[in-house]
Design a protein around this ligand. Structure first.
Ligand SMILES: [Zn+2]
Length: 98
């Protein structure tokens, strides 16, 4: 089981978190002009990355805040954790990994 460092609460067990899918997906807009195929691609046709992946996580049994994590899906190594609204590039210089 992973130990994840919430950017608001600190280190907690993986059991306190919920996986929220890939990070940095851009919702197609305007919704009224988006085709069914574009919605299907946005909602369901997600990459299944084997290796380093940017993901959304929620501290659902803690503070309830969402954040992003750069994680290796093979080794479960957490490379960095960064708040929503922060760029991956700015987070790479931080010390938020677990
Ligand atoms: Zn938290």
């Amino acid at each position: 089981m992973m130990n994840i460092k919430c950017p608001y609460c600190g280190n907690r067990s993986e059991a306190e978190y919920s996986f929220g899918g890939p990070a940095h997906l851009v919702r197609p807009i305007p919704a009224a002009e988006v085709s069914d195929e574009e919605w299907v691609d946005y909602l369901f046709m997600l990459d299944n990355v084997k290796g380093v992946s940017a993901e959304r996580w929620c501290h659902s049994h803690g503070c309830g805040q969402w954040f992003n994590m750069l994680r290796n899906t093979v080794t479960h190594e957490i490379l960095t954790i960064y708040k929503m609204g922060e760029s991956l590039e700015s987070a790479k210089g931080g010390e938020n990994g677990a």
